[in-house]
Design a protein around this ligand. Structure first.
Ligand code: 5GP
Length: 329
């Protein structure tokens, strides 16, 4: 047994120090990024925010709005097997995720990104699956995860991933940390995995744990190339589900609700996700405007005229807990 004594941080453990800036308004900030990918050699330009590949938020309706905003949608896994055609237009702004058994379906996707995502990206079986997907799809931009450490980020990249998905346990409807004691503070995971990936000219997705636009800013500031959000997008018109008494259901993909819906109960797998009710929040467009305005504002506070330079302009300040100081709706 070992104890790692280094201090590791979550989004709520830091704030970003304001800096002198020559910028006059948020309108001067460019939020687009162009990423060129290590193995596929493809380029993508857009605002690097992604909807999580979860049942309620990875929907065709969400894709319509996100793609209009040059953001990426990751369809819920059940669309991959028989409903790919429900996602129309903006196909370059879709990242299809599947599990190890979905390689056959994933290798049929001709446009956009594909990815393998499992709760535990640390197994040899998973690394072999990434290699297999890369062999089958040499020109695809492949994302793989989830992991939280530099060593495994490098291993997945060397196995053929262009992008590594980072996050074990931070999700708003995730119970992995409670059920298993496994996890890693998310901002430290992002900083350490981004450093490892960037050293190899690869990219990372900061996946989970963002509860407001300030957390998304911190993920980008920590080096994330993409930020994936689930809970922030829940509760909107574009989500799958009904509004009842002013709330909508939002559930983890390893929750009882998901297992009931997809019939993948088995004897040794207990739920590592939960079901919550989130307030109904109307059109997702308004939430997106709010998020983008928060990121623009953060960039002006630190003197970054492009999202690309936000990380370089960032000095994090450690605080005990920011929940009282950040606006949450
Ligand atoms: P959020 O943005 O809601 O904080 O986090 C979304 C992320 O939570 C997803 O992209 C995925 O990585 C993770 N997630 C979704 N469902 C579950 C689940 O049932 N269990 C766990 N452990 N993580 C989940």
């Amino acid at each position: 047994m070992l104890i790692n004594e280094d201090i590791k941080i979550d989004y709520s453990d830091v704030l970003i120090r304001p800096k002198r800036s020559t910028m006059n308004s948020r309108g001067e900030v460019y939020l687009g990024r162009t990423h060129k990918f290590l193995w596929s050699k493809k380029k993508w330009t857009g605002i690097p925010i992604m909807s999580a590949n979860m049942d309620t938020v990875g929907t065709p309706g969400m894709h319509k709005i996100l793609s209009k905003n040059n953001m990426i949608t990751c369809p819920a896994k059940h669309y991959l097997k028989k409903d790919v055609s429900k996602f129309k237009g903006g196909l370059e702004n879709i990242c299809w995720f599947g599990g190890i058994d979905d390689i056959k379906h994933l290798s049929k996707i001709k446009k956009g990104f594909i990815g393998l995502d499992v709760a535990n990206g640390y197994t040899i079986r998973f690394v072999d699956a990434v290699k297999k997907l890369r062999d089958k799809c040499p020109e695809a931009t492949i994302a793989a995860g989830n992991v939280v450490t530099a060593d495994m980020t490098q291993e997945l990249i060397l196995a053929g991933a262009d992008i590594v998905k980072v996050g074990i346990g931070p999700g708003s409807v995730c119970t992995t940390r409670i059920k298993t004691g496994i996890g890693y503070p998310q901002l430290s995971a992002v900083i350490e995995c981004a450093d490892a990936a960037h050293g190899l000219d690869a990219h990372i997705i900061a996946d989970g744990g963002c509860t407001n636009s300030g957390d998304i800013v911190k993920a980008f500031a920590g080096g994330a190339d993409f930020v994936m959000i689930g809970g922030i997008l829940a509760g909107h018109d574009e989500c799958d589900g009904e509004v009842e008494n002013g709330v909508m259901k939002f559930y983890g993909m390893a929750s009882e609700s998901a297992m009931d819906r997809h019939g993948n109960h088995n004897n040794y797998r207990g739920a590592e996700g939960k079901t919550v009710e989130v307030p109904y929040r109307g059109k997702v467009d308004d939430t997106i405007k709010d998020i983008l305005s928060g990121i623009r504002s953060a960039c002006t506070y630190v003197g970054a005229n492009r999202l690309k330079t936000l990380s370089k302009c960032t000095t994090f300040v450690r605080v005990h807990n920011t929940h009282n100081t950040i606006y949450e709706d």
